[in-house]
Every structure is written in structure tokens, then in C-alpha cells.
Design a protein around this ligand. Structure first.
Ligand SMILES: Cc1cc2nc3c(=O)[nH]c(=O)nc-3n(C[C@H](O)[C@H](O)[C@H](O)COP(=O)(O)OP(=O)(O)OC[C@H]3O[C@@H](n4cnc5c(N)ncnc54)[C@H](O)[C@@H]3O)c2cc1C
Length: 181
């Protein structure tokens, strides 16, 4: 499940990262975090308030995850290897991992597949500066050279507007914008 998701454990717990039907919420037993008064707390799985790409750490921005205990599932070595290979192959075939990106730009919808709406709005290959809507997977914004944060943010606005105009659907960001131009 974790194979192919770039990042650290802290970031992955904060956003409840997941892929191919598994999420961090399924393997976290407990975490220790430091609050802004430098007090340590240990919380169990339910106290993380995990949801789709959400945990309590999104709301409590000043808390820093120090450590986590994970409970992995026991499985046959060959079976694990074959699942890892399958996931790797699927990523290579379906995602533009040959270009820099922040991963999937928008959250999956409950009643729609966001990448299909972006594709259906004629946006595959659309670009602002060097920021492109990937031809391979419309859910990814890729950098084909010297894209700036401003290019990416303008492209995000354009995608949201065009999808809304065509499908009357508001799509939500999965990535987190940390205010810069
Ligand atoms: C090619 C590609 C494919 C991807 N595929 C997937 C996928 O399949 N599934 C998926 O879920 N994601 C996917 N992602 C997104 C990626 O997993 C996230 O960017 C990553 O999990 C964030 O972790 P990070 O360590 O990079 O955190 P950062 O980007 O450094 O931080 C993310 C947030 O977490 C906070 N944070 C980081 N560490 C801590 C800590 N210790 N305590 C408290 N807060 C902390 C930061 O302050 C920040 O707000 C993909 C990304 C790429 C580029």
C-alpha cells in the first residue's frame, strides 16, 4: 500500500495517505505528538479522527507528530512482493511519475471521478507557463520545466472554473497550498 507514495510518516499520517483501497487509518495503532506548549500526548487510533485525506492534525496545525506505532498485516513474502509490483506497474502506466508533481491535485468525489471531469472539460494537456494538466492522468498537474507556484495556482483556478461551468460541480483541492506566488 505505501509503496510508491513519496513522503514521510508524519505527512502521511496528517493526511491519512492511502492508495489502492488501503489508508494509514488501517494500520495506525497510536501516535505521540508535541503540542504548542511542548507537552507530549499519546493518542490511540480513533483519536486521530481519520477520514478521507483527513486527520485531527489538519485542524490542529501546531501539533507535531513525534512517533507512531503501526500494526502491519502478516502475509506471505511472495504475495507482498507481487502486490508491490502490481501497484508499481499501475502507477507507471497511469500516473505521470516521470515528471515532477505534487501527486493528485484534487480530491476524489463521492459521486464522480475528478480526473474524468477534468478530461471531459477538454483540459488534458492544457498549460499555463510550464504547468500542464497531464495527458496521462488529468488529475495531475506536472512541471515540464520552470513552472512557478503562480502558474500552478492559476492553472488550478482555471481547472476548477471550467469543470464547474461544464458539470456544475465544485472540485476540492487534495494538495495543501502554503501561500506564495
Ligand atoms: C507522484 C506522487 C504520487 C502520490 N501518490 C499518492 C497516493 O497514492 N496517495 C496519497 O495519499 N498521496 C499521494 N501523494 C501525495 C504524497 O503522499 C504527500 O505529498 C505526502 O504524503 C505528504 O507527506 P510529506 O512527508 O511529503 O509531507 P509534507 O508535504 O512535508 O507536509 C504535508 C503536511 O503535513 C505536515 N507534517 C509533516 N510532517 C509532520 C509531522 N511530523 N507532524 C505534524 N505535521 C506534519 C506539514 O506541516 C504539511 O502541512 C503522491 C505524491 C506524488 C508526488
Amino acid at each position: 500500500m505505501l509503496y510508491g507514495i513519496p513522503g514521510t510518516i508524519g505527512g502521511a499520517i496528517r493526511m491519512n495517505a492511502g492508495a489502492y483501497g488501503d489508508e494509514f487509518k488501517d494500520i495506525v495503532v497510536s501516535s505521540v505528538y508535541l503540542d504548542q506548549n511542548l507537552t507530549l500526548h499519546e493518542i490511540k487510533n480513533p483519536d486521530h479522527k481519520f477520514n478521507y485525506r483527513y486527520s485531527r492534525f489538519i485542524k490542529n496545525k501546531n501539533d507535531i507528530i513525534i512517533s507512531t506505532t503501526l500494526q502491519l498485516h502478516n502475509e506471505n513474502k511472495e504475495k507482498i512482493k507481487s502486490r508491490m509490483d502490481q501497484n508499481k506497474k499501475a502507477r507507471e502506466e497511469k500516473q505521470p511519475i516521470e515528471f515532477p508533481s505534487a501527486g493528485s491535485t484534487f480530491k476524489r468525489g463521492k459521486e464522480f471521478i475528478t480526473a474524468q471531469l477534468i478530461d471531459g472539460s477538454g483540459l488534458k494537456g492544457y498549460s499555463i507557463g510550464d504547468a500542464y494538466v497531464s495527458q496521462k492522468h488529468a488529475g495531475f498537474i506536472i512541471n515540464k520545466g520552470k513552472a512557478t507556484a503562480k502558474d500552478v495556482l492559476m492553472l488550478i483556478d482555471t481547472i476548477k472554473r471550467k469543470v464547474y461551468d461544464k458539470f456544475n460541480v465544485n472540485i476540492e483541492l487534495e494538495i495543501e497550498v502554503i501561500g506564495e506566488d
